[in-house]
Design a protein around this ligand. Structure first.
Ligand SMILES: *[C@@H]1O[C@H](CO)[C@@H](O)[C@H](O)[C@H]1NC(C)=O
Ligand SMILES: *[C@@H]1O[C@H](CO)[C@@H](O)[C@H](O)[C@H]1NC(C)=O
Ligand SMILES: *[C@@H]1O[C@H](CO)[C@@H](O)[C@H](O)[C@H]1NC(C)=O
Ligand SMILES: *[C@@H]1O[C@H](CO)[C@@H](O)[C@H](O)[C@H]1NC(C)=O
Ligand SMILES: *[C@@H]1O[C@H](CO)[C@@H](O)[C@H](O)[C@H]1NC(C)=O
Ligand SMILES: *[C@@H]1O[C@H](CO)[C@@H](O)[C@H](O)[C@H]1NC(C)=O
Ligand SMILES: *[C@@H]1O[C@H](CO)[C@@H](O)[C@H](O)[C@H]1NC(C)=O
Ligand SMILES: *[C@@H]1O[C@H](CO)[C@@H](O)[C@H](O)[C@H]1NC(C)=O
Length: 555
């Protein structure tokens, strides 16, 4: 029998010390006791396999990942080191929502360390800057990760994207990022969570890029329901001995002097000279920065492409090998004293920022895409398609080839793929542009099959499709109207957890520019029939108009 004293000791040993929720007020972060909270720590993710992303000068991007928060032994190995920095936060870029994170999360919590968690996954699990969309597939990935982590007291913030926009041309992605922020915020709040919704931006060049500040303002403007809570900037402008506040950061801080929300460096640590001196740390937490800035995360605990690793891990994974890069960071970070100004009681209120207009260096429309509507997509799949996609559920190469083929074939018939296409510049979002690839391909196949007057060859697609003549043409049209009639007014609503039941396949969602996205078609393709009936196209044309009407403007 356990003695009371032993029982108490056992309870104490197993009890998790809860970390308090950090909140934002104006442009600062605060703990519940009213003290300022500065983010201080390191990024914590092993390097995945990387591939060049096809853009000149762009950083290679990972194609896979190792979930660092599912590795209990790894966390136990690393936490003493991270604690020795007197860190209070780590950033984790990709996790597998199916795995058990309880050991790592409670160990970090017990060490007083919060987690800033990115929701995107490599390749098909992120907004594809080359062909952006915000779909049921992506929403499912994001909500599954949130569901797996909301139980932990030390989830500080979730990032809805990392460096999605990286040029003038890719600012077309911004409406999709903002729609993701809107829907993820609604989802978190519906679960009673005040976890912060954040975005991590890459830094442009002062001389050649005009988009960084408009993007930051775009994500912060408009109503609270569509704006981010926390802005992260991946910034490598301070390079060792040559760095200085005036030369490296003053212009950035000035650009954010009227920003309404907290901003921090979601990555920092230039590697032009190794070992890094980390002489920027006292400035980052010093009086020149803290009026506008809330700390930062040094990149990267683990080895990373480009020489950013702070430590190595022994080949048997049991020990951590540090060098002077680590010890210099350790001596700087552990020496930081936070400036507790202002406290929450005297934090000034901030004014809203204006939403930036469109110009040649900022292409984003203020009309956001609707909330991905799994019920609508399932309704179409169940009742409106006479020719269903039956190919592989998750092979984006096959799906990409079929999108190109069928949209080109529709184009040759004077039709198009607007129904499944989204355009963040014009702010037009086809009525099925938020659906998964299986639904979108089934729509395109059915349209083509109808245009062929239900010629069996019109529903072949090299064995990737199955005719469903139980759905007559008129029944398909009636069903399509009925599916659209149940879309919530305005197209924006609070998502529910992975309700889709759709396969989590990508539909053009690739951080590295995959090809599985619908194009608007138009190239000629050999088809043996002419357009004889425009019935389904007519209905779906009307649906497109409905979709445009349903889209929501920021202001
Ligand atoms: C996630 O974990 C599950 C369960 O172990 C596994 O089946 C799946 O392959 C993992 N996914 C990835 C992308 O690693
Ligand atoms: C070490 O950990 C990595 C994941 O971080 C894993 O891929 C590798 O197989 C592990 N090696 C050993 C020897 O356990
Ligand atoms: C980690 O390993 C790399 C590659 O061997 C080496 O260049 C680097 O100096 C090592 N870093 C530390 C801290 O040992
Ligand atoms: C630690 O911080 C103090 C100021 O708070 C400073 O004077 C001292 O030089 C710092 N030490 C190191 C090693 O950076
Ligand atoms: C576009 O507008 C932004 C302000 O939103 C401005 O900073 C930028 O210079 C403009 N770019 C061009 C090419 O006009
Ligand atoms: C499906 O489409 C792909 C791409 O066009 C093709 O390679 C494949 O042979 C088709 N058939 C099946 C059964 O996957
Ligand atoms: C969106 O529309 C603009 C303006 O018509 C066009 O230049 C751009 O290529 C379109 N984007 C996509 C992804 O189709
Ligand atoms: C695409 O087709 C629809 C419906 O037929 C039509 O209203 C629309 O103008 C077409 N769009 C383009 C870009 O051709």
């Amino acid at each position: 029998m356990l003695l009371p004293r032993a029982l108490l000791a056992l309870l104490a040993a197993t009890a998790v010390r809860a970390l308090p929720q950090v909140t934002k007020s104006g442009r600062y972060l605060f703990t519940p006791d009213g003290n300022r909270f500065y983010i201080k720590g390191v990024s914590y993710q092993q390097q995945g396999t990387v591939q060049a992303n096809g853009q000149p000068g762009a950083f290679p991007e990972p194609t896979d990942y190792i979930d660092p928060l599912a590795d209990a032994a790894g966390c136990a190995r690393d936490i003493p080191y991270i604690s020795s920095l007197k860190a209070n936060a780590i950033r984790v870029y990709s996790v597998n929502s199916s795995l058990d994170h309880s050991s790592c999360m409670s160990a970090f919590s017990n060490a007083g360390i919060y987690v800033i968690l990115d929701l995107a996954l490599p390749v098909t699990g992120s907004i594809n800057r080359a062909s952006p969309s915000w779909t049921t597939s992506l929403l499912d990935v994001y909500t599954a990760t949130i569901d797996a982590f909301l139980q932990y007291d030390n989830l500080l913030a979730v990032n809805i994207g990392n460096e999605v926009v990286n040029s003038d041309a890719t600012t077309e992605s911004a409406p999709f990022i903002k729609a993701a922020a809107r829907d993820i915020k609604a989802y978190l709040r519906s679960k009673g969570s005040s976890v912060l919704v954040a975005y991590a931006s890459t830094d442009g060049s002062d001389t050649t890029d005009d988009w960084r500040d408009p993007l930051a303002n775009y994500l912060a403007c408009g109503s609270d329901s569509t704006s981010i809570d926390l802005y992260g900037l991946n910034n490598y402008r301070w390079c060792g001995a040559a760095g200085s506040f005036e030369g490296s950061w003053a212009s950035t801080v000035a650009a954010f002097s009227n920003y309404p929300f907290p901003a921090y460096f979601s990555e920092y640590g230039c590697v032009d000279d190794l070992p890094r001196l980390w002489n920027e740390v006292p400035v980052l937490y010093g009086s020149q920065m803290v009026g506008e800035w809330s700390g930062g995360l040094a990149f990267s605990y683990f080895p990373a492409v480009g020489g950013y690793g702070l430590v190595n891990i022994s080949s048997d994974n049991t020990s951590v090998i540090t060098g002077s890069d680590w010890s210099l960071l350790q001596s700087e970070l552990s020496n930081v004293t936070f400036i507790n100004t202002p406290t929450s009681a005297n934090a000034p209120s901030t004014s809203p920022v204006a939403c930036p207009g469109q110009n040649s260096s900022f292409l984003a429309s203020q009309t956001l895409p609707p909330t991905p509507d799994a019920a609508k997509c399932a309704c179409f799949r169940d009742s409106a398609f006479s020719c269903a996609y039956t190919g592989p559920a998750s092979n984006t190469d096959v799906q990409g080839a079929l999108f190109n083929y069928v949209c080109n074939a529709l184009g040759a018939e004077g039709a198009n793929c607007s129904i499944i296409a989204a355009n963040g510049t014009t702010g037009t979002y086809g009525i099925l542009s938020d659906c998964d690839a299986v639904t979108q391909l089934s729509w395109a196949f059915s349209y083509y099959y109808e245009l062929s007057n239900r010629d069996p060859q019109g529903c072949d697609f090299a064995g990737n499709a199955t005719i469903n003549n139980a759905v007559s043409t008129s029944a398909a049209n009636v069903a399509a109207q009925s599916c659209l009639a149940s879309v919530p007014s305005g197209g924006v609503f609070t998502p529910t957890a992975s309700s889709a039941g759709t396969s989590p396949t990508g539909s053009g969602a690739s951080s590295s520019g995959g090809s599985s996205s619908p194009s608007s078609g138009g190239k000629s393709a050999a088809v043996a029939w002419r357009v004889e009936t425009g019935v389904l196209g007519g209905i779906l044309g009307a649906a497109l108009a409905a979709a445009v009407g349903a889209a929501v403007t920021l202001l």
